[in-house]
Design a binder for this molecule. Structure first.
Ligand SMILES: [Zn+2]
Length: 206
């Protein structure tokens, strides 16, 4: 994994920490014909890097304005990004993926508890201790006929230092997933990165 990608995934984790698991408000785009399989969102600097106003085109493109925090993201069906952070007794997973990966229509993001069901069992901490899920949140957004879902799950673990990794179950739950760029950010600057696939579902923390 290159360092630019690592930085981007790091922003994913940081965004969740700062925004209290609500990185982006929901948004519905008007219907547009199905797009090609893969598309890269426009590269735009994040607001905090580029000053206050990037949005000269507010009047005709208002639904694009939910992009803050997701600047420069890659939208590729089959691909996804995951960040796992450990802080005190808590392990937080953030997974961002195209709605198509979940078998969903990208212009009709799921809502409420229906959306939260997509977080059920997507991952499990690995190691000789007990963890219990304490929080779950799912947000979606659409952009020019494409849509992403961001899932966050928080576990509280008894002896969290015994947690050795995280198993991602999306490949069996949702066959639309092909590969997931994953990073782990632990205490004292501990980091790990890997690409997960159906044949390699575990992110090792060391
Ligand atoms: Zn798409």
């Amino acid at each position: 994994m290159n360092s630019a990608k690592f930085r981007r995934l790091g922003h994913l984790a940081a965004g969740v920490a700062m925004a209290g698991l609500v990185a982006c408000g929901p948004d519905i785009a008007p219907y547009e014909p199905p797009p090609p399989e893969s598309e890269v969102y426009a590269e735009a600097p994040a607001p905090d890097e580029a000053g206050a106003e990037l949005h000269e085109d507010d009047d005709h493109d208002a639904h694009d304005e939910h992009g803050e925090g997701h600047a420069g993201e890659v939208h590729e069906h089959g691909a996804a990004e995951m960040a796992v952070t450990r802080e005190e007794d808590f392990l937080t997973l953030t997974l961002d993926a195209p709605l198509a990966n979940f078998g969903l229509s990208e212009d009709k993001p799921p809502r409420g508890t229906k959306a939260e069901d997509f977080a059920e069992g997507i991952a499990e901490p690995l190691g000789p201790t007990k963890c219990e899920e304490t929080e779950r949140s799912v947000t979606s957004r659409s952009h020019d006929g494409h849509g992403n879902m961001t899932i966050s799950v928080v576990w509280r673990c008894k002896k969290i230092e015994r947690i050795e990794g995280l198993r991602l179950n999306v490949f069996t739950l949702f066959p639309g997933f092909e590969h997931v760029d994953a990073i782990y950010l632990g205490p004292d600057g501990t980091q790990a990165a890997d690409e997960l696939t159906a044949a390699h579902t575990d992110l090792d923390f060391d």
